[in-house]
Write a protein that binds this ligand. Structure first.
Ligand code: GMT
Length: 377
């Protein structure tokens, strides 16, 4: 098949998922065309089946807001026609689903072809941004116009139905992880630098947005440090990072916390981790937590959104109500004070991650594509 993938090229979960999907499809022999405004961060391989089309947004003094959606739709039209795409798979509704709708209409008018559009909903496109009245009518319309709609968890499917008048079936296709990539032996030298005296290692990774409640990570860590020698790695970057660095100093834990910024080699970092902290206010799924589980890390998260679809209470990790710092601190201490318990949780987390392995999920997407394919694809 010849598949167009549209996503955000940044470190966000939807872009990561879309890029890994495209890479896996290319490995299986499909021709994959990424259409984005920048090379996706995880598109770090050379594969003759992968093509990357950069969306250029010409500026003009009149444009306070350069019309990205128009440039995106035009690039989609160009790639669909000139590379004879079988379908477009857009990740994150805004503005990808509406740009795809426009591209579809243009191709229909120009070539008489009805190119199928599949929209995958990821989270904040529905729960935060999409609900905003400024965007809602376009989001509702373009989701309804998609030939197929998927959501990354049951929770997101329900959230979508309760927030938007969606007339079509939303299919749940869970996010996935390439377990072989994350199931790595820790690099001893790295572990020694981070935790020279054998301290336990906790990790948080996110885009440091408000929805992630990153300060809760530091409060939990400060409580834990009173009882267990430990180090904390903070991976990623975003608007909350300066305040979090300040908070680490105010709590007096900054000597034990490293802010690593954006990192590509997550598998090497996660390999040294004992606990992954994700105290988010909402997660449709929590791909970062799943990657941590594949790396044998125990997840302590909130029970918000779809997190309970990947984290099993008292087995692969623990969940607490949003903002319940005491409960999360208690869970971390409970795990880190007993090595046998910690190891059995690590193994359970890894085993559970296997259910979301890439090899189970890619065929589900291929089957979905097959429903919309022309005879010759
Ligand atoms: O919140 C993020 O990390 C970014 C955001 C995105 O769309 O890039 O992530 C959402 O999609 C991920 C991949 O499907 C999910 O794993 C995240 O849970 C989801 N984030 C939220 O729902 C807040």
């Amino acid at each position: 098949m010849r598949i167009g993938i549209v996503c955000y090229p940044t470190f966000g979960g939807s872009g990561v998922l879309a890029t890994e999907l495209g890479k896996a499809l290319a490995d299986k022999g499909h021709e994959v065309h990424f259409i984005t405004y920048q090379q996706p961060v995880r598109l770090n391989v050379f594969n003759t089946n992968i093509f990357y089309h950069e969306v250029r947004v010409p500026t003009y003094p009149l444009f306070d807001y350069p019309p990205y959606e128009v440039a995106l739709a035009s690039t989609m039209v160009d790639v669909i026609i000139n590379h004879d795409l079988d379908l477009l798979h857009v990740h994150y509704a805004i503005p990808h689903a509406s740009a795809a709708y426009m591209a579809k209409q243009i191709v229909k008018q120009k070539n008489g072809r009805n190119v199928p559009v599949i929209t995958t909903l990821h989270g904040t496109d529905i729960t935060l941004v999409g609900k905003d009245k400024t965007y809602e009518p376009v989001v509702t319309f373009s989701i309804n116009q998609s030939d197929a709609i998927t959501a990354v968890s049951n929770n997101l499917r329900e959230e979508t139905y309760s927030s938007f008048p969606i007339e079509k079936e939303i299919e749940v296709i869970y996010n996935f992880v390439d377990v072989t990539r994350f199931d790595k032996k820790p690099l001893d030298a790295f572990r020694k630098v981070i935790a020279p005296n054998g301290e336990k290692i906790l990790i948080h990774a996110s885009n440091f947005r408000k929805v992630k409640r990153v300060p809760d990570v530091l409060h939990v860590f400060a409580n834990l440090l009173k009882e267990v020698p430990a180090k904390l790695l903070m991976v990623g970057d975003g608007p909350e990072r300066p305040a979090c660095e300040e908070l680490a100093r105010a709590l007096g834990v900054d000597d034990h916390v490293r802010f690593l910024g954006k990192q590509e080699q997550m598998e090497d970092i996660l390999a040294v981790s004992d606990i992954f902290l994700l105290p988010s206010e909402y997660e449709s799924f929590g791909l970062a937590a799943l990657e941590a589980m594949a790396a044998h890390s125990v997840v302590i998260s909130t029970n918000a959104g779809g997190l309970n679809e990947i984290n099993i209470q008292d087995k692969t990790g623990f969940m607490a109500n949003v903002g319940d710092i005491n409960a999360m601190s208690h869970f971390a201490i409970h795990l880190l004070k007993d090595n046998d318990r910690l190891n059995s949780f690590k193994e359970a987390a890894y085993q559970h991650a296997l259910q979301f392995d890439i090899k189970h999920i890619i065929p589900v997407y291929e089957k979905l594509y097959g429903r919309f394919c022309r005879m010759d694809c």
